[in-house]
Design a protein around this ligand. Structure first.
Ligand SMILES: Nc1ncnc2c1ncn2[C@@H]1O[C@H](COP(=O)(O)OP(=O)(O)OP(=O)(O)O)[C@@H](O)[C@H]1O
Length: 259
């Protein structure tokens, strides 16, 4: 059986004269933690945004579970099993943790106030089910003690954890994590690394992440894809990638340019 969950084929994006992504192909297998890395401006975020339909590709395709999902409206993605977090926090700061997680359940809600179901109790049963799911996530992410706090009053690391919870509340098959640990301290980063491993191992969710933090990438990825100037320059296990001369060159080249 084909164990490919996500297949990206020849994905390209031009912004005016800038070739941000130029014919990138890779696939993510079910149950993998797959990372996309590369120096600043390599095209990671643009690739991620094309997969999650935030940016329309200039060329190429994205297949999920064998179906062509290129250009699918981004609000439809959670319904087909793709959840994501954003580089800049995307939480409702005045709402509580529980309320933020319930928002993640929205794609699974069938009843609304105009439904006859309101009069026959289906909506009530549904709501109980959504709350049960949210409680599972609160338990899983160990955020019981902050459940009723407005998210804006929490530390940055905790707000990111709530955002992760909201993505999990959509019950994704594939979770896209965009620079989850940037701006986090060492302890918060280690917590996230542990959660990502548990998300894969206990919840069975496949993970694709864009990440700058080499520590977490090398520690938890099964495979890594390296982009430079919009092109894939290497792919392999953490051991392969750290021994790859082209990758070392790409990173050192970036550091020389910044110096
Ligand atoms: N909306 C846009 N308009 C014009 N150029 C853009 C746009 N978005 C990205 N680019 C350019 O495309 C290239 C790739 O950018 P992208 O943000 O995908 O890289 P990245 O690898 O995610 O970088 P970083 O690590 O700094 O986040 C860069 O040269 C960037 O300036």
């Amino acid at each position: 059986m084909d164990d490919t969950l996500l297949r990206v084929e020849g994905l390209s994006k031009r912004f005016g004269g800038v070739e941000a992504v130029a014919g990138v192909s890779f696939h993510v297998r079910r149950g993998e933690i797959y990372s996309l890395i590369g120096p600043n401006g390599a095209g990671k975020t643009t690739t991620f945004n094309m997969i999650s339909s935030v940016v329309r590709p200039s060329g190429g395709t994205v297949h999920f579970e064998g179906r062509d999902i290129t250009g699918t409206a981004s609000h439809r993605l959670s319904a087909i099993g793709i959840g994501r977090t954003f580089q800049n926090l995307a939480v409702f700061k005045h709402a509580t943790v529980v309320e933020n997680l319930l928002v993640g359940r929205h794609c699974h809600m069938r009843s609304n106030v105009f439904d006859a179901a309101w009069f026959f109790g289906r909506a009530r049963r549904e709501e109980l089910e959504h709350r049960r799911k949210v409680e599972e996530i609160i338990d899983f992410l160990e955020i019981e003690d902050i459940r009723d706090m407005p998210v804006g009053t929490l530390s940055y690391g905790m707000q990111k954890r709530v955002e992760l919870g909201r993505a999990l509340a959509t019950e994704p098959k594939l979770l896209l994590l965009d620079e989850m640990v940037s701006g986090m301290n060492t302890e918060e980063t280690e917590d996230i690394a542990r959660f990502v491993l548990d998300i894969r191992d206990e919840l069975g969710i496949t993970v694709l992440m864009v990440e700058h933090d080499m520590g977490i990438v090398m520690d938890i990825s099964d495979r890594i894809c390296v982009l430079n100037f919009g092109r894939k320059i290497a792919e392999g296990t953490p051991a392969d990638i750290s021994a790859n001369a082209a990758v070392v060159d790409a990173y050192l080249g970036g550091q020389k340019a910044a110096a």
